[in-house]
Design a protein around this ligand. Sequence first.
Ligand SMILES: NC(=O)c1ccc[n+]([C@@H]2O[C@H](COP(=O)([O-])OP(=O)(O)OC[C@H]3O[C@@H](n4cnc5c(N)ncnc54)[C@H](O)[C@@H]3O)[C@@H](O)[C@H]2O)c1
Length: 306
Amino acid sequence: MGVIGCGWACYFAGRGVEVRAWDPDPDARERLERTLALAWPAMEALGLAPGASSARIRFCEDMLEALEGAELVQESAPERLELKRDLLADLDRAADPVVIVASSTSGYRVSDLTAHCTRAPERVVVGHPFNPVYLLPLVEVVAGPGTAPEALDRAANLYGAAGKTVLRLEREVDGFVADRLQEAMWREALHMVAEGEATVEEIDLSITAGPGLRWALMGPMLTFHLAGGEGGMAHMLDHFGPSLKSPWSRLVAPELTPDLRDAVVEGCEQEAAGRSVDDLVRERDRGLVAIMRALGSIDHGREGDT
Ligand SMILES: NC(=O)c1ccc[n+]([C@@H]2O[C@H](COP(=O)([O-])OP(=O)(O)OC[C@H]3O[C@@H](n4cnc5c(N)ncnc54)[C@H](O)[C@@H]3O)[C@@H](O)[C@H]2O)c1
């Protein structure tokens, strides 16, 4: 299990749900244990559900053992289309047709993923989470053209019952919603590094000390509604609308040259300043817990948050 599979296992165990985990990599069990050690204190700080226990996770030797008694299968294998197609076809053959099969994919469409499914492709959905899965509430639940409406309902209900905030998409959208927005910003950031316009550290600071603080509370739309002053979004659009066509944005992806790759990797290492990934995970999780607690302490008008 990787970053996301381990994150899901920890999350569900923290909500008191029985989890059966399987991964063909012999090192996966150790990765799960490491993630548990990092995640559990943060989950505890945010509040565990009754019955939460890391002992609810059982690591299985094979896929069939992992599928026993499952209501929801959360496929979190590498983002490679052929690998996912084959794995989902295996899962589809092996799991009872009433079991919901969800993919954590960051962008593939359900219709692409189910290409080799022959038994019950109508129970396959996308269930796209956000890292760290054990803290961030959002899951984008996406249907394909062949997904049964009842399967989408059941998937949304299962995630909702486990405390996730569900963004339900009844039709396929490239990149879903949140990933499409994240990727647009990521492309712009890579252009700026490639052109020497901003360093990795400056890009990160520009968000964490600026818009990122607002985005934890209000999304980009309501944020700009307030940026329009008394006139709200109407003033914002009339005032700044013409600048939408300014050539600031280069949304086509830059060439990922070895130089650009090295500049981004080195920039991240400099910014980390000797902190290991585990150190940064702890730091991030402490911050997220504090932000989520602060949001919970005020009535900020959002529905479905936990
Ligand atoms: N990393 C993120 O921030 C993030 C966020 C949301 C969604 N996702 C999506 O989650 C999925 C997993 O991403 P990740 O970042 O955890 O990747 P990862 O590389 O950390 O983990 C992938 C895991 O899949 C296992 N694996 C390899 N082949 C397999 C197979 N045939 N069957 C079953 N398991 C297999 C590997 O052993 C590994 O443990 C991807 O689809 C990715 O797009 C990632």
